[in-house]
Design a protein around this ligand. Sequence first.
Ligand SMILES: Nc1ncnc2c1ncn2[C@@H]1O[C@H](COP(=O)(O)OP(=O)(O)OP(=O)(O)O)[C@@H](O)[C@H]1O
Ligand SMILES: [Mg+2]
Ligand SMILES: [Zn+2]
Length: 291
Amino acid sequence: MSVTISAPDAVRVPLLPPPPLLAVNGLSRSFGPGCPRCEQLTGDAAGTSRCAACGTVIAVHEVSFEVGAGEVIGIVGESGSGKTTLLRSLHLDAVPGAGSMRVAGYGDLFTSSTPRTELRRSAVVMVHQNALAAGLSPGLAAESNVAERLLSTGCRNFTDARGQVSGLLEELGIHPSRHADPLGTFSGGMQQRVQLARALVSPPRVLLLDEPTTGLDPSVQADLLETVQRVTDKLGSATVVVSHDLDVVRILASRVLVLHYGRVVEHGIPEQVLDDPQHPYTQLLVASRLR
Ligand SMILES: Nc1ncnc2c1ncn2[C@@H]1O[C@H](COP(=O)(O)OP(=O)(O)OP(=O)(O)O)[C@@H](O)[C@H]1O
Ligand SMILES: [Mg+2]
Ligand SMILES: [Zn+2]
């Protein structure tokens, strides 16, 4: 009698990858009234993101991507390509025209019934290019800028708050002797770190960074990038970094999206996209950097 030996079921079932921490789907955002011709009159072929018929700017068009826990995704593109609009949409500054933004444990943030202020504490935080745009006060001590955020999360014990704030600032490389100095007396790189400390008061699922190194000198840039990497690893957050500096993306990101007139024209791992670009616009972007 012959016996057929079959593989156990567990071997045949393909392993599913873990669900992404952040999944953005079909995100679109425009400024203007919109008309039936907007889509056709904007984008690559039209060479503009402004619709000639109605004047609407299609800032972001049908952008989709996923980011895993502890992963950094980079978004590059020239000035006006929609990077900040995309990031602001993910920071819930306004409901976009279309699309969804699913964050593990929270569902779609665009339609969530949880108040936006709450989502901006725990689900998604943003480090702005400009500390003042982030709502920081230049006249207040660095530690107070961070403590303010901590107190707004419900912490009422001032001794605890102080200890936590100074621990965070120190971890991000701000020496204790500077914690009480007004934020306005800090360098750009230090202000970015204070913003990060503020963002990390309640560790977010999704960390958004807009041009984190612009205006910083190379050694400070390297330090800051290392900090972002460390924070992402430690928190296991899904980090989205927008930059027009291709090196920033090369160093930090495991995947990169290239935005052009609000559309994703190319995506992949940095080595592939930046060393062997396929889309003419990416080729131009890479070449212009080498000139
Ligand atoms: N509030 C607004 N009202 C009207 N148009 C806007 C608004 N915000 C952005 N835009 C337009 O949307 C497009 C994308 O702008 P965005 O700021 O997202 O570009 P960016 O890629 O961040 O550029 P940069 O590298 O210069 O920061 C631009 O054409 C811009 O003029
Ligand atoms: Mg921008
Ligand atoms: Zn139009």
